[in-house]
Design a protein around this ligand. Structure first.
Ligand code: PDD
Length: 275
């Protein structure tokens, strides 16, 4: 596989990063994952804008627009110009002797790679999830590479034969380990507001736009964990998750085993998107 590293395209085996890179030492960096579908990136501008704002939040200075041509060079070097693929972008603060505060005058480390991946397009098979207390920090709006909390939570899901762990914080459902969570009750769509407690997923934003264009009412309000059994439908959203219905929570099948009508409408509209 080919890797883009600080201006060069390299074989992955030849790409070298210092052990003093702050991404390695502290998880001090930001990342993005973007899907390329039928020759186009899915909402590229929104992903690049989130990368820009997340870098700004942690004071890493980088001209994100300079990556645009580098991305195309990487795709062609990887032989993926025509292929459906996923692109990973990571920017860390750079290399410096270990100190907690931001060192002055260092260059960010920029790494990108892409790999072939055809998304299911639409996921008709509902998944099982488990609930867990959200033990992560309270800046989940930052798409940072320090993902240990998310990694532990996803492992918890796997050990319960589930696709996802859905987080609850102070009794309210926030998001999942690598996706956002939506509920439907009486044809109203509910999801947690985009504040510091969740990542404002691009797929989440797209689904909220779809609700608007389909005249589906939305309430940006976290659902109390005590009420999730009363909801009519639930689904997850994310770059590789797209829109995936949930059927089972903590081993109890609470939502339609095929797919609820509102989830289905959103899925159908999602397929028609021009991006
Ligand atoms: N995960 N919430 C969390 C915690 C996430 O990590 C992600 C994405 C999302 C959904 O965001 P988007 O729709 O922009 O992909 C929500 C990525 C894909 C990952 O870590 O691989």
């Amino acid at each position: 596989a080919k890797v883009y590293l600080n201006g060069e395209i390299l074989d992955a085996a030849d790409a070298r990063i210092s052990v003093f890179d702050r991404g390695f030492i502290f998880g001090d960096g930001i990342y993005e994952v973007m899907a390329r579908i039928r020759g186009r990136f899915f909402y590229r501008e929104a992903h690049m804008e989130r990368l820009r704002t997340c870098l700004e939040k942690i004071d890493i200075s980088l001209d994100v627009s300079s990556l645009e041509t580098e991305i195309l060079t990487l795709l062609s070097a990887s032989g993926l110009e025509e292929a459906d693929c996923l692109l990973y972008i990571q920017v860390t603060r750079g290399v410096a002797p270990r100190q907690h505060s931001y060192p002055a005058g260092i260059q960010p480390t920029v790494m990108m790679y892409a790999w072939p991946k055809t998304l299911p397009d639409i996921n008709h098979t509902p998944v099982a999830v488990v609930l867990q207390k959200d033990f992560r920090w309270s800046r989940c709006d930052i798409k940072m590479t320090s993902l240990l909390g998310n990694v532990m939570a996803n492992e918890f899901a796997k050990s319960h034969n589930c696709y996802e762990t859905v987080f609850e914080r102070d009794g309210i459902i926030t998001e999942a380990s690598h996706s956002n969570v939506f509920f439907v009750k009486n044809d109203v769509v509910h999801t947690h507001p985009a504040n510091h407690l969740i990542l404002d997923g691009i797929t989440r934003q797209v689904v909220l736009e779809l609700c608007k264009s389909l005249s589906i009412e939305v309430q940006l309000q976290g659902i109390p964990a005590s009420q999730i059994l009363e909801m009519d439908e639930a689904f997850l959203t994310g770059t590789s998750t797209q829109i995936t219905p949930i059927s089972t929570v903590d081993g109890k099948t609470v939502y339609p085993e095929s797919m609820g009508p509102v989830t289905r409408r959103l899925q159908e509209a999602f397929l028609e998107l021009k991006f």
